[in-house]
Design a protein around this ligand. Structure first.
Ligand code: NAD
Length: 334
């Protein structure tokens, strides 16, 4: 039996995590969930948003399912999500964006996977005020050949394993010649080891325009941390929004699965939001655990529920509650 760390998180986190757990359990797969808490609530109780018990539990169980965690804007504690990824060296952030029948969106047949470097770059939060009166500051964008090659290799190996055809590196090496250059050159070097997979690159601003105009041309997008964060929301928007966008944070030995979206505090406790992103993160987790049958069962149940469209949440044009949609997905599990 698998033992998994479960972090419900803040805001809508507990609702969407509960939904995902219920759907996984409905497949009959036996999983023991070890619940630990992190985030805003934990600060009040334990004085830190990320107690050691959370990291210890993930290190022991190797796999975690996590809800979103609130990060205060412009002040307060630093992001638990970033700290977790760094502390556990979860260097690859996988964010698939796929069209589903029944979900109205601008395009059909989109199947893009963003592979985002997860440990360095602008997103790492290395920053300081330069003036004491806090009127000037700087954020450091540190990028290394080691981390860039590692994420590029991950993207190409993923492409090979999943039988994908093309990797597009996303960068701004024309302006940020040093850090952008290291990232792009690393991707180029690794691409030569994977001759069967096409490799190309795009400057990030052009990439955004191309994605909005011709998303069907893209397959795997390999991006440094901040660009990966931004373009993956763009890709989520192309296929129907954050309510259906899952993600995986993967390292050499550990992995944490979570929806792309945040804690959406205004919807917390309303039984209103879409749990699909978290359920699909659960599917990624089941695949990672080697539980192919359970993964396919859940994925097919989600596909059917979305296609029939009888019980959709508000973001997909319906008025079903989170719990009603979850029950409907469970009713499609055979
Ligand atoms: P958000 O993703 O929480 O919400 C933005 C909007 O997207 C919501 O108002 C809602 O309209 C929609 N949305 C999000 N999830 C949805 C769902 N499951 N179903 C339907 N609609 C959904 O982004 P935000 O408001 O910028 O951030 C809120 C908090 O979450 C912040 O503190 C932020 O730092 C944090 N955050 C955490 C993570 C994480 O834990 N990995 C990721 C992103 C943001």
């Amino acid at each position: 039996m698998h033992k998994i760390t479960l972090i419900p998180g803040d805001g809508i986190g507990p609702e969407v995590i509960d939904s995902c757990v219920r759907v996984i359990e409905a497949t009959g797969l036996k999983i023991e969930f070890e619940q630990v808490d992190a985030g805003a609530k934990t600060v009040k109780e334990k004085g830190t948003p990320l107690p050691d018990t959370v990291l210890d539990s993930i290190k022991k169980n190797k796999v975690a399912l996590k809800g979103p965690i609130t990060t205060p804007v412009a002040s307060g504690f630093r992001s638990v999500n970033v700290a977790l990824r760094k502390a556990l060296d979860l260097y690859a952030n996988l964010r698939p964006a796929r069209s589903f029948e029944g979900i109205e969106s601008r395009y059909e047949n989109i199947d893009i996977v963003v592979v985002r470097e997860n440990t360095e770059g602008l997103y790492a939060g290395i920053e300081r005020y330069i003036k004491e009166d806090k009127t000037e500051g700087e954020t450091i964008r540190r990028i290394t050949k080691k981390a860039s090659e590692r994420i590029a290799r991950f993207a190409f190996e993923y492409a090979r394993k999943e039988n994908r055809k093309k990797v597009t590196a996303v960068h701004k090496a024309n302006i940020m010649k040093v850090t952008g250059g290291i990232f792009l050159e690393s991707a180029r070097r690794i691409s030569r080891e994977f001759s069967e997979i096409e490799f190309e690159d795009r400057i990030v601003d052009n990439m955004c325009m191309q994605l909005v105009k011709k998303p069907e041309l893209y397959d795997i997008l390999l991006a440094p941390n901040l660009f990966g964060d931004i373009i993956s929301d763009l890709c989520a928007g192309l296929v129907g929004g954050l309510g259906i966008a899952p993600s995986a944070n993967i390292g050499d030995k550990l992995a944490v699965f979570e929806p792309v979206h945040g804690s959406a505090p205004k919807y917390a406790g309303l039984d209103k939001v879409n749990p699909t992103a978290t359920i699909l993160s659960g599917v990624l987790m089941l695949k990672y655990l080697g539980e192919k049958n359970a993964a396919n069962t859940v994925e097919n149940a989600i596909k059917k529920a979305l296609k029939e469209g009888k019980k959709l949440t508000y973001d997909l044009g319906g008025n079903a509650k989170t719990s009603e949609f979850t029950d409907y997905v469970i009713s499609k599990i055979i």
